[in-house]
Design a binder for this molecule. Structure first.
Ligand code: SAM
Length: 358
């Protein structure tokens, strides 16, 4: 049967590839620490919630990491899922029925899959495959996945919401590069894009995940009830870009038309999306998995560059990167002393279980 088609336009801004000084692989220790904190939750999910007996007839257990990027984080997460499965089989006396494991590493086609593949752990106990494409559309055949994992990825939108770059729209986001400190119309445009994207994400996963299969998500978001203006802001980056516009290095119009395609959902917003989709049950939501730790403040500018370089380069070109991130580092240091970021980014964990079909 032909794969499900999608007409969705998708913009892709993968993290900085390779293993150089600015690479995501070398600047993702914050994400790695939060993922580590979630390991226990993933182990509990496998041990307490996954019904492995239901999958006994399949001798291959399929895991997908959506938005895997490059670097050690993806391998640690996958290893943890497999160890939890091995433990569960052993504990239930099913060791002889241990399935083979197949792991799909997914990211946008422009992700640095070469570096990812060349850094695969040599003694891994799974078959590895890369799956290029957007998780906002179908990536896998019907009912083929048993465990989906995604960390620090589904807050990326499929595109910048159209109204925020439309000069004739009340949601035109002039002089701003994101929504937290913008007017309500801008916030609504981002919310609408998030709603549409999450609907696509859940629709695709509902087809791909077997009944009883799990979806574990680590999401940079904002606590329920928190106003958007209190979420992680990109004010410092915005003011560095405006400085460059004042110096004539880039045009102000170029800054006006630049917006970051990211949305910080709350657990309640996720719950509403899962309800609307109807195919999953929420098994766990654990909030406050991580905040930006003060002691790591000196690492934030380089982590920031590894994440945002792609999206900035696409819009402004390569030439401005060093100057922009130099001034970002300096400004950030000053800002951080007066206004520590602690608590402004709140990461939560959500575990969904695919319901049985009627
Ligand atoms: C910050 S990295 C997270 C990497 C890794 N999961 C971790 O925890 O360190 C986010 C990744 O999500 C990917 N991503 C964003 N939107 C995506 C989409 N629609 N489809 C597939 N990958 C996407 C980006 O390309 C990027 O590699």
């Amino acid at each position: 049967m032909a794969a499900e088609q999608t007409s969705k336009t998708i913009e892709a801004y993968p993290m900085k590839g390779g293993d150089g000084v600015h690479s995501y692989a070398n600047n993702s220790s914050y994400q790695g620490r939060v993922n580590n904190a979630a390991n226990r939750l993933i182990t509990e999910a496998v041990v307490e919630i996954l019904d492995i007996e239901n999958f006994a007839s399949s001798n291959t257990f399929r895991i997908a990491d959506l938005g895997c990027s490059v670097g050690p984080n993806t391998f640690f997460a996958v290893q943890n899922i497999i160890e939890a499965l091995q433990f569960k089989h052993q504990r239930q006396g099913l060791h002889s029925q241990l399935p083979e494991f197949q792991v799909f590493f997914n990211d946008h086609i422009l992700n640095d899959f070469n570096t990812l593949f060349s850094s695969l752990p040599p003694n891994r106990e799974y078959y590895a495959a890369g799956v290029p494409g957007s998780f906002h559309s179908r990536l896998f055949p019907n009912a083929s996945l048993h465990f989906v994992f995604s960390s620090f990825s589904i807050h990326w939108l499929s595109k910048v919401p159209k109204p925020v770059v439309d000069k004739s729209s009340p949601a035109w986001n002039k002089g701003r590069i994101h929504y937290p400190n913008s007017n309500d119309e801008v916030v609504k445009a981002y919310q609408a894009q998030y709603t549409e994207d999450m609907e696509c994400f859940l629709h695709a996963r509902a087809k791909e995940v077997v009944c009883g299969g799990l979806v574990a998500l680590i999401i940079p978001g904002r606590p329920n009830g928190m106003h958007h203006s209190q979420s992680l802001t990109t004010d410092v980056l915005e003011s560095c870009l405006m400085d460059m516009a004042r110096k004539g290095i880039i045009s102000e119009e170029k800054v006006d038309s630049f917006n970051i395609p990211m949305y910080f959902m709350s657990p309640q917003e996720l719950e509403a999306a899962v309800d609307r989709n109807g195919n999953f049950r929420i098994e766990r939501i654990i909030t406050e998995l991580g905040t930006v730790p003060e002691t790591q403040s000196q690492k934030i500018p380089s982590d920031f560059r590894a994440v945002f370089e792609g999206v900035i380069m696409e819009h402004f070109g390569y030439e401005i990167l060093d100057e922009l991130f130099d001034s970002f580092g300096k400004k950030f240091e000053v800002e951080f002393i007066t206004k520590p970021m602690s608590g402004s980014s709140s990461v939560f964990f959500a575990l969904l279980k695919r319901k049985a079909t009627n």
